[in-house]
Write a protein that binds this ligand. Structure first.
Ligand code: HEM
Length: 378
């Protein structure tokens, strides 16, 4: 079957080979009751286990219940297979202490240092209403209807406990997280995900992806931190830029994805090689050089983003871009230094705008039936 196992030491949806579609949702908790919140997380977990197996959200299902009551599944996934659905939960900094400094659920002492708010980056144009949130669920699937169905049913189950703060649809994975996958392309037309962390690189995953005992509070052991950034891409401006300039900005060739001056997509870039004119072949401020581990104390990220086109902007342009998602062991040692280097020097900045930002602590996996999302935290 095309179902991804839900139970395990780590949550699915991180090293799982990236599916084609995304529905990402951030929630605000609207109840004051810790018990109601925990009860909802139990219900969510049961529904998630069922939906990722290709079943209805509830035990009765969309059409088998009594006609006088709303069904315990909304119905739009009837007849559709599991479609590789994964549901990954994360907890935002505001769950531990909200913007007014209030610790609503008695969790402040359990907040990991790694979940400290991200700093402001040069050029950030963040919109508060599509940033942050108390909880998130990343739904990935190979059928968009299956991902939307899952998010919608979690929101339905959470009525009165959480409300949707923002959500994002994505298509065309912009990364590969396994060596078996071909590298897809982002909306600049370049291969994206070539130098990504991959599921097969176990030693690197231990060092750079999974939080472990001793890193912080034990409820995050086996978990990972996600940074999400909605990055608008000014594709009309990009499309008027020469191929040569585009390749210089990225530092890779557009056709093959090879580093400039090399032949093969997976050749290692050489940042010292100079051309006939004495200039560096991969320029000092090329995206792949600025983001490269050698420039960032070895830091690696597992990128798992998606393209988006949210209609148009009323100014004759597509509202298009990259919904960037990156998982890591400690965002303050990984995403933050890389993004600081990019925000300061990346020529790509002329063509992109970061419009939303969020940070999430995604705990270890749900071990078995009866265990639930966030049990170790609460
Ligand atoms: C590499 C595009 C934003 C981190 C790449 C590559 C492309 C690309 C085409 C080369 C292929 C690959 O190795 O995946 C973009 C676009 C972005 C964007 C279009 C924005 C719309 C970011 C951000 C970060 C980032 C925000 C992190 C802060 C990286 C890293 C690499 C990379 C770590 C691999 C570098 C290496 O080791 O060679 N990106 N990127 N990118 N990008 Fe980005």
């Amino acid at each position: 079957s095309d179902a991804v196992p839900f139970y395990g030491a780590n949550q699915a949806g991180i090293v799982t080979p990236a599916q084609d579609r995304l529905h990402f949702v951030a929630f605000d908790v609207v109840t004051k009751s810790r018990d109601r919140l925990v009860e909802m997380l139990r219900e969510w977990t049961e529904a998630a286990a069922r939906m990722t197996a290709g079943r209805d959200a509830g035990l009765i299902g969309a059409v088998a219940g009594i006609p006088e009551a709303p069904p315990d599944d909304t119905g739009e996934a009837i007849g559709l297979p599991a479609s590789g659905l994964t549901l990954t939960i994360g907890f935002g900094p505001s769950l531990f202490r909200n913007a007014d400094g209030v610790d609503r659920f008695g969790l402040a002492a359990r907040r990991p240092d790694a979940l400290a708010d991200l700093p402001k980056f040069p050029g950030d144009a963040l919109e508060a209403e599509i940033s942050g949130g108390d909880l998130c669920v990343q739904a990935c699937a190979n059928d968009p209807q299956v991902a939307v169905h899952a998010v919608r049913n979690l929101a339905r189950i959470g009525f009165g406990v959480v409300s949707v703060r923002w959500s994002q649809l994505g298509f065309g994975r912009t990364s590969s997280t396994s060596r078996d996958q071909a590298t897809p392309r982002n909306l600049f037309g370049f291969k994206d995900g070539t130098a990504n962390l991959k599921a097969e690189e176990e030693a690197l995953l231990r060092e750079w992806l999974w939080a472990r005992s001793g890193d912080g509070p034990s409820w995050m052991d086996g978990g990972s931190y996600a940074v999400t950034r909605k990055i608008r891409m000014l594709v009309e401006t990009w499309d008027r830029t020469s191929l040569m300039e585009q390749e210089a900005i990225v530092g890779r060739s557009k056709g093959s994805g090879a580093p400039l001056g090399k032949k093969d997509e997976f050749d290692e870039p050489d940042f010292a090689v100079k051309g006939a004119d004495g200039e560096l072949v991969v320029g000092e401020v090329a995206h792949v050089r600025l983001a490269h581990p050698d420039q960032n104390a070895g830091a690696r990220l597992l990128r798992r983003g998606y393209n988006f086109v949210d209609g148009s902007d009323g100014l004759g342009r597509l509202n298009a871009g990259l919904f960037f998602i990156a998982y890591q062991r400690n965002p303050h040692k990984q995403f933050v230094p890389v993004q600081l280097a990019l925000a300061r020097n990346d020529v790509m900045n002329e063509y992109i705008r970061h419009v939303s930002s969020a940070l999430w602590a995604c705990p270890g996996g749900v071990a078995e039936k009866g265990d639930f999302w966030g049990r170790a935290l609460f």
